[in-house]
Design a protein around this ligand. Structure first.
Ligand SMILES: Nc1c(NC[C@H](O)[C@H](O)[C@H](O)CO)[nH]c(=O)[nH]c1=O
Ligand SMILES: CC(=O)[C@@H](O)COP(=O)(O)O
Length: 140
């Protein structure tokens, strides 16, 4: 079974941490992973749509990190990424998990990318696998 990981690499270290964790989860289930890199979280929905519509993947983990700055730009990036990824999975029927950190600072991001509080990369991969299982249960 093949999975896609699409990652916004606005913060390269965080992107790498999230990808490593998600990849480990997919590969532990025997999955093969293709990685697609985009500049930031705002590009994730279209990248996820490309992957979902390719017909090659059982699911897509959408990863990235958005850290609030001085302006309202944060709100638009987060909202569009979340809404866009949800729209893609509902439109295509291909599981697309939201593994995008939306945080106030780098410490919060590190803590949620395998730094002890949570691993959002792994959680996104587990979410994809869970939806694939639901689809399999209903198609039998
Ligand atoms: N500030 C962050 C961004 N901003 C960039 C956008 O995601 C997008 O690439 C740009 O607006 C061009 O379309 N992206 C993140 O992923 N994280 C941020 O903190
Ligand atoms: C999340 C963002 O877009 C943010 O990093 C941009 O920073 P600023 O709001 O200070 O321009």
């Amino acid at each position: 079974m093949k999975f896609a990981i699409v990652v916004g690499q606005f913060y390269e270290e965080l992107a790498e941490r999230l990808v490593i964790s998600a990849k480990e989860v997919f590969e532990a289930e025997g999955g093969e992973v293709d990685l697609f890199v985009v500049p930031g979280a705002f590009e994730l929905p279209l990248a996820a749509q490309y992957a979902a519509e390719s017909g090659r993947y059982a699911g897509v983990a959408c990863l990235g990190a958005v850290i609030r700055g001085e302006t309202t730009h944060y709100d638009y990036v987060c909202t569009e990424a979340a809404r866009g990824i949800q729209d893609v999975q509902l439109k295509t029927g291909v599981p697309c998990a939201f593994g995008v950190l939306t945080v106030e600072n780098m410490d919060q991001a590190l803590a949620r990318s395998g730094g002890g509080k949570r691993d959002s990369g792994a959680h996104a991969a587990h979410a994809v696998l869970a939806l694939v299982k639901v689809r399999e249960q209903l198609s039998g």
